[in-house]
Design a protein around this ligand. Structure first.
Ligand code: ADP
Ligand code: ASP
Ligand code: MG
Length: 421
């Protein structure tokens, strides 16, 4: 069981979480619980680190930001004890949760499940702070924002759990962010592949890495709400959304429990920025000269467009980078202006990426053209396009994000019926 930041925000909510955990155990299960820091706490800690030293050392940043989860894991253990349960917290270094050295963005290498299994056999509820691990040097590491989802899946894999229930502030995975589109529909199930793609293009309900890990380890994941009353449907009856293999999805469709849709979901991401380099020489090696320094600085480039060469043997190159890396990317490219040979560098962080995702598009034509027509009918201009086998993404003006998501949700027939009337 994993509980996110909103579910852990304050004593009252932790008590509600403790009750959900207690009930699950009382039903005869052994449970391990992974918790996030209280909502807003990690942001607060990140700001402290920045204020202390703008060019912070990532190893010390991790010491600071990992503390939010230490607090909530202890508080949940205390609350469970107050309800008469046996409970014990296990910090990242105590299990241990071994990660690679990459501070602030560590990847889990392995978790020793033996202490957890032994604790659960003794009837104890094991409470584990998410987001944190320990490097081979013995220093605290953290796993990137939203990383508690990944901690939870990794713990589930390590102890061979029957299921990993991710409790959050919505009751499942929806066709799009239900906070943006009131007509969004809850999905009974989503395939790993689609969820991976949705998460990677901005659906923040699960961290991308957690989905990749669940797919690799075959962990059954359910997303469900912790904001429920005492009469709620038990988690074992799957009131939320199950992340399933394609085979399982086909079975659900055959049984009539799921409809096969061309598009499963729509996501948006406002965290990217656009860079245009004008009048780049149209010759072999020019593009490599642009992207090599960015790669060396671990800056992730997403969409790339290179226009057809103009008559003077020059071309414009447009691409996107995370907003947080924009200043760094611009400085790196400015330093190499002569070597690359571009004329001007133009940047814009007021852009958004809107993506439609669905395995159905593997075998059906027309998904992209529907998207382009629906957007153009509302006067929304497309600045760049990228595709994968099961996704089409477009870059648009940030101000048009909500409108675009709503228009596409309707265009692909995803609107919930009762609300659409
Ligand atoms: P937690 O703190 O529990 O980890 P997050 O804020 O990380 O929760 O994720 C839950 C949020 O994800 C929801 O409040 C919702 O606004 C957002 N979200 C974005 N896309 C979706 C989607 N397709 N389905 C459900 N929630 C989504
Ligand atoms: N507390 C961390 C964050 O806010 C990890 C998590 O909640 O998943 O990013
Ligand atoms: Mg989250």
């Amino acid at each position: 069981m994993k509980f996110g930041g909103t579910s852990m925000a304050g004593t009252e909510r932790i008590r509600r979480v403790a009750n959900i955990v207690r009930k699950q155990q009382a039903g005869g299960d052994e449970v391990a619980v992974v918790v996030s820091a209280m909502a807003g706490e990690t942001d607060r800690l990140v700001n402290f680190a920045r204020e202390a030293n703008a060019l912070y050392d990532p190893a010390e940043y991790d010491v600071v930001v990992a503390s939010g989860e230490q607090v909530t894991s202890g508080l949940l253990a205390l609350t469970l004890q107050s309800l008469g349960c046996k409970a014990r917290s296990w910090l990242g270094w105590q299990l241990p949760v071994r990660t690679i050295e990459a501070h602030a963005n560590a990847r889990i290498e392995g978790i020793d499940g033996s202490a957890l299994n032994a604790a659960m056999e003794r009837g104890e509820i094991a409470v584990i702070p998410g987001f944190q691990g320990v490097s081979s040097e013995g220093r605290v590491t953290t796993m990137g924002r939203g990383g508690s989802d990944t901690s939870a899946v990794a713990v589930a894999a390590a102890i061979g759990a029957d299921r990993c229930d991710i409790y959050t502030d919505v009751d499942g995975v929806y066709t799009t962010d239900p906070r943006i589109v009131a007509k969004a529909r809850k999905l009974k199930a989503v395939t790993y592949e689609e969820m991976l793609e949705l998460a990677s293009v901005g659906a923040k309900v699960l961290q991308t890495r957690s989905v990749g890990l669940a797919m690799k380890e075959g962990v059954r994941v359910q997303v469900l709400s912790s904001f429920v009353g005492d009469d709620a449907v038990p988690a074992d009856e799957i009131p939320g959304t199950l992340i399933v293999s394609e085979g399982e999805m086909n079975e659900l469709v055959e049984k009539g429990e799921m409809e096969r849709q061309l598009v499963t979901g729509i996501a948006h991401d406002k965290n990217e920025a656009k860079i245009i380099l004008t009048r780049v020489p149209d010759k072999p090696g020019a593009v490599a000269n642009i992207f090599e320094p960015l790669a060396a600085a671990s800056i992730n480039v997403d969409m790339i467009i290179q226009n057809v060469g103009r008559d003077k043997g020059e071309t414009d190159v447009t691409f996107t980078v995370p907003q947080a890396d924009l200043a760094r990317a611009q400085a790196l490219l400015d330093d190499r202006r002569d070597e690359i040979g571009f004329n001007r560098i133009i940047t814009d962080s007021r852009i958004a990426k809107i993506s439609v995702v669905g395995v159905g598009m593997k075998s059906h034509a027309g998904v992209a053209s529907t998207m382009f027509r629906a957007l153009s009918d509302r006067g929304i201009n497309i600045q760049a396009i990228s595709t994968s086998e099961i996704k089409v993404s477009v870059m648009i003006d940030e101000d048009e994000t909500e409108l675009a998501v709503r228009v596409l949700h309707t265009a692909y027939g995803l609107d919930a019926e009762d609300e659409a009337a």
